[in-house]
Design a binder for this molecule. Structure first.
Ligand code: FAD
Length: 305
């Protein structure tokens, strides 16, 4: 892995660095480029703007690695609040949930029960939930929770990461009728015992998984900004006889916004992942690790305040 990327991902998990950066007078504009804001109202306002421009949305209440039940409860309530505030926007906006934000590190059962409450509220609002995927130590647990939730709500979506060696098998398990699988490259620093280290290997795995998902009978959700992969997804979808609308393109809020609109204008469903809330640090650090230009932008803003 690129040394800068490893360094930034290590900083993302370091408590002292987290406190230093999170309390620095970071320009509101820097965080706002990638994060919708801190409140439910901010999230709903950004969702409305994106939906009005022809895009769909998945909303993430920021937070992860929670080790106390009160914090987990706070996160669940934030999702319930958001889902009831969406109103008619729920036809175009779902939520993404990190199980470690709702108690997975404390107890898998607690995370499952909390995620089930969010799923019930999503059903009531008329929308869906996708479980984000975190580092590989949580993959089996997340897929077990997914399986439990899908018994009641078959529309609960999963995320699979093409950098993991295991992922093609997971794709084949999860590409049946009604499944919703978001395929991404993967954003965590993972050891070579479990993950491809070379970008070209991660991309090849992404294409293998793309083919398997398109050959399946679920709704694949292709989460990538990579222009080459976006082109390959289009070509492979055609080859599999998949019309636009039978799969989704997904991108992060603030990244390649013109490309998001271009794909939507071509008739594709494009869903934008919109994070909001006060716990932006881990999320922002992963975005920095992906792109040195983002890091330069962030550091410049830190020192010029
Ligand atoms: P990269 O290899 O990062 O970038 C490839 C190319 O894309 C670049 O060379 C450039 O041409 C273009 N590009 C990338 N960033 C920019 C930019 N800022 N501006 C302009 N061009 C750019 N990861 C997880 O581990 N778990 C999850 O649950 C998860 N959920 C996600 C949900 C969504 C909707 C998305 C989009 C990503 C998610 N990710 C998740 C993150 C993902 O794993 C990658 O880390 C992230 O998307 C970067 O990979 P990439 O495929 O975009 O390609």
């Amino acid at each position: 892995m690129n040394p800068l990327r490893s360094l930034i991902l290590a900083a993302a998990r370091n408590g002292a660095t987290r406190r230093l950066v999170a309390t620095a007078p970071v320009s509101r504009d820097v965080v706002r480029r990638f994060v919708a804001g801190e409140t439910t109202e901010d999230a709903v306002a950004v969702t409305r703007r994106l939906v009005d421009s022809g895009l769909a949305v998945t909303l993430d209440h920021l937070g992860e690695d929670t080790t106390d039940t009160e914090q987990a409860e706070h996160t669940v309530r934030a999702y319930l609040d958001l889902l009831s505030a969406l109103g008619p926007l729920a036809a175009h906006a779902e939520v993404s949930v990190k199980l470690t934000a709702v108690g997975q590190l404390l107890d898998e059962g607690l995370a499952r029960d909390n995620a089930a409450r969010i799923c019930a509220a999503a059903a009531e609002a008329g929308t869906t939930v996708t479980l984000d995927m975190e580092d590989h130590t949580t993959t089996d647990s997340t897929l077990r929770v997914l399986d439990g939730l899908r018994r009641e709500h078959p529309w609960v979506g999963a995320v699979l990461q093409s950098y993991l060696h295991r992922t093609l098998d997971d794709v084949l398990d999860l590409s049946g009728p009604g499944s919703r699988v978001r395929l991404c490259k993967g954003a965590y620093a993972e050891p070579e015992s479990v993950a491809f280290q070379e970008p070209v290997e991660v991309d090849k795995s992404y294409v293998r998984c793309t083919n398997a998902l398109l050959a399946g009978s679920g709704v694949p959700m292709f989460a990538t900004h990579d222009p080459r992969l976006v082109r390959i997804i289009g070509e492979r979808a055609q080859a599999h006889g998949r019309p636009p609308g039978s799969y989704e393109h997904q991108m992060l809020y603030g990244i390649r916004p013109e490309e998001q609109l271009r794909l939507a204008r071509l008739g594709h469903t494009v869903r934008v992942y919109v994070p909001y809330g006060g716990e932006w640090y881990g999320y922002l650090m992963r975005r920095m690790a992906e792109r040195p230009a983002n890091t330069a932008f962030f550091l410049r803003a830190l020192v010029t305040r």
